[in-house]
Write a protein that binds this ligand. Structure first.
Ligand code: X5A
Ligand code: ZN
Length: 704
């Protein structure tokens, strides 16, 4: 059924290029240390393709070094020079040290050549496919490319191979008539480098589906969120599908294809498709924790073959389980060669979170791509999300000890399950209400602030044909919430929360200007009972170097230590202790996808309960042991206001020591983050614009 739904691929006489070159195995760790991105990856794939008689059915291609002038369309002169020379004698003594300056990078004597060959190989095959010499092609290259940015190597990537090839076609070969390129990045990681490269460019439609895990999955930059849709002329030409967790498999990816990618591609009508083909979302991958089967990849690819006249170039990116990648590439090669596939019914429907993500992506892009504004089709079978325990534990699914035959025989989940989209955007609650019988609000997703009131009598009204998306509180938390909802405190904010609309995201959910990622909000969404400004004798500082929500730049902390020479502004909100805990959860990323129904789930117990309050009134601060490694794990007790305790949340004193020693970076705030603080101070009538800016600049510039 699904095969019939896919467009008919060109079957006859497919000329499929297959590029393999042992020279790209030269890049390896300098002293033979184990590393997932190792030369055996290419060899494992190559062996499999030969053993299965695939290689002989393809057009064999050899690697070619990319010329600097082509790489220069993507990378800085400096970066090209460094990558070219890093393997030379000159760097023998400094090579490892330079590698350490990058994130997740190693170099050896073979790195330069491999990197040049990888980029050149993708150019080579892309040119041949664009020219019609080949119908499609697979470039087995390494090092991979999609994390590499203009001026830096990162995430095992030295040059951005796919971006270089795309620019080559667009800028160097007008004769080939390639005016619109679709890049599909199905590597489990976000293709940050590629996104940046074409962010303003409508000639390249960049689509990346990746684990996001609320901003914590590598590369853990907020720009992997679905809110990043491109800018200027490129507005709408950047599409991110950010999974909330691992374990996504065939059904989830197929759903993203059917309900996001394919409708847009149909409208875009690309001239060629470049696939950033990482196989680290494959079943069994040690890094990805997702579950795409070889058949799943085959179907994803089959569905793409219906576009761009089947002109598809696959370039290897990640993928770290040798068997998984070998079987997956094998399946893809068969598709390109036109071999028949039978796609079986799914074992598993998509996760509920998958529909939530897909709906959020569609909403974000619907003005650019009207085809996404229609309602998703009705009816559903749904799959529950992983439990919070699983989310905390290792990211793998059934990974290790996977049987080879199981991989090859695995069926894909292609009975396309459809979903009631009102169900995604509305809410039929089966939430438990607490004993106060609060009418609780439910959100369609984290990404929207629009909320709907549900009267208590809707409890139990649950319809199987709907996706249940809500904030869920567990039975366990009913009691503490009920108790703490009667206690008021002053939450005293000194960072972006000084701007009330931003703080309200922590209460009501959603996001405001400047934020990349929406908040889930608190269980109790009532507005603060009061607000007031104050100054406190604590040093304001800007630490850490980037956040998922605000991007590059530091965020505000208060030095927990009292210093009467300091005067920092705080804006205080009178909220319940229950709400304070929910804000604390969100600041420390403890709000999770639920085990049972894909809902938003809060921790079962408060971080600050009555005994903690008591402790703090004597000790003035409490470093929260259960979340000691989180950024805002330290709750300060700053005194009282109209007899209610004033609480704030900041870093532990031990972090201050690490900032002093340089172990943690002090770093000025990003423009948008600073602008938010300034708005807070200005709209709160504390300072004028210039004074506010200088207050922040001074705090950011002073050493500790
Ligand atoms: C290409 C690729 C992953 C980097 C992970 C670093 N890179 N922890 O899959
Ligand atoms: Zn990857």
């Amino acid at each position: 059924m699904a095969a019939a739904a896919a467009r008919v691929p060109p079957v006859a006489a497919a000329r499929v290029g297959l590029l393999y070159d042992e020279r790209m195995c030269a890049h390896a760790t300098p002293d033979g240390e184990e590393h997932p991105e190792n030369p055996e990856r290419l060899r494992a794939i190559w062996r499999k393709l030969n053993a299965e008689g695939i290689a002989s059915r393809c057009v064999a291609l050899k690697a070619k070094e990319a010329e600097d002038k082509y790489i220069a369309s993507v990378h800085s002169k400096n970066h090209i020079k460094l990558m070219r020379e890093i393997s030379s004698k000159k760097y023998d003594s400094s090579r490892n040290k330079i590698a350490r300056k990058f994130n997740s990078i190693y170099f050896n004597k073979g790195s330069s050549e491999s990197a040049l060959l990888a980029a050149g190989s993708v150019i080579e095959v892309a040119e041949k496919v664009a020219a019609g010499e080949l119908s499609s092609a697979i470039a087995l290259v390494r090092p991979p490319g999609h994390h590499a940015e203009h001026d830096k190597a990162m995430g095992f990537c030295l040059f951005n191979n796919v971006a270089v090839a795309a620019n080559y076609l667009l800028n160097e070969r007008p004769d080939l008539g390639i005016k619109k390129i679709l890049i599909v990045d199905w590597d489990v990681h976000h293709g940050n480098g590629t996104q940046k490269m074409f962010y303003n460019d409508p000639r390249v439609l960049f689509f990346s589906v990746h684990r996001f895990d609320y901003g914590s999955f590598y590369p853990a930059q907020g720009d992997a969120s679905h809110c990043f849709i491109g800018e200027e002329a490129g507005n709408g030409y950047n599409i991110n599908v950010p999974w909330e967790h691992g374990r996504c498999g065939d059904a989830d990816y197929i759903a993203a294809w059917d309900h996001v990618l394919l409708p847009v591609v149909e409208a875009y009508d690309p001239d060629i498709i470049l696939v950033s083909a990482g196989f680290d979302a494959a079943l069994g991958d040690p890094l990805g924790g997702c579950c795409i089967t070889p058949n799943g990849y085959a179907l994803l690819l089959t569905k793409l073959l219906g576009f761009a006249q089947g002109r598809i170039v696959m370039a290897l990116e990640g993928g770290y389980n040798l068997r998984s990648i070998a079987y997956s590439v094998f399946a893809c090669a068969k598709v390109l060669l036109g071999d028949k596939f039978t796609f079986n019914s799914p074992e598993m429907p998509p996760f509920e979170s998958t529909w939530r993500v897909i709906q959020a992506v569609r909403n974000e892009l619907k003005t650019c791509w009207p085809v996404l504004s229609s309602k998703l089709p009705k009816n559903v079978t749904l799959r529950i999300g992983p439990s919070p325990n699983d989310l905390y534990a290792s990211s793998g699914c059934e990974s290790d000890g996977e049987d080879v035959n199981e991989l090859s025989g695995a069926v894909s989940s292609v009975n396309i399950i459809q979903v009631a989209d009102d169900a995604v955007s509305e809410r039929l609650s089966k939430m438990k209400l607490d004993e106060d019988n609060h009418a609780m609000k439910a959100t369609s997703s984290c990404s929207t602030a629009e909320q709907q009131q549900h009267p208590t009598d809707s409890v139990g009204a649950h319809n199987d044909a709907s996706v249940v998306v809500s904030k869920r509180i567990s039975d366990l938390s009913v009691t503490w919430r009920s108790v703490l909802s009667r206690t008021y405190v002053w939450y005293s904010s000194f960072g972006s929360n000084m701007w009330k609309p931003r703080f309200m995201c922590y209460i009501q959910g959603g996001k405001v200007e400047g934020m990349s990622i929406p908040c889930c909000g608190s269980r109790d969404t009532s507005s603060p009972r009061g607000t007031m400004w104050k100054t406190v004798p604590h040093r304001l500082l800007f630490g850490r170097s980037s956040t998922p929500c605000w991007g590059t730049g530091g965020v505000a902390f208060l030095n927990p230590e009292i210093n009467y020479n300091e005067k920092s502004y705080v804006f205080m909100y009178k909220i319940t202790l229950e709400q304070f805990n929910d804000v604390l959860f969100q600041e420390n990323r403890l709000v999770l996808e639920s085990s049972k129904d894909g809902n938003i789930e809060y921790p079962d117990s408060p971080l600050i309960g009555s005994s903690e309050m008591e402790f703090m009134s004597t000790n003035k601060a409490l470093h929260l042991e259960p979340i000691k490694d989180s950024w805002y794990s330290n709750v300060l007790y700053l005194g009282k206001e109209d007899d209610l305790p004033i609480l704030s949340m900041t870093c532990p004193s031990s972090d201050i020591e690490r900032y002093k020693s340089g172990e943690l970076p002090l770093s000025p705030p990003s423009k948008t983050y600073a602008a938010t603080l300034i708005k807070g101070l200005v709209e709160g009538n504390q300072l004028d614009e210039a004074e506010a800016a200088s207050y922040i600049n001074v705090a950011a510039a002073r050493g500790l």
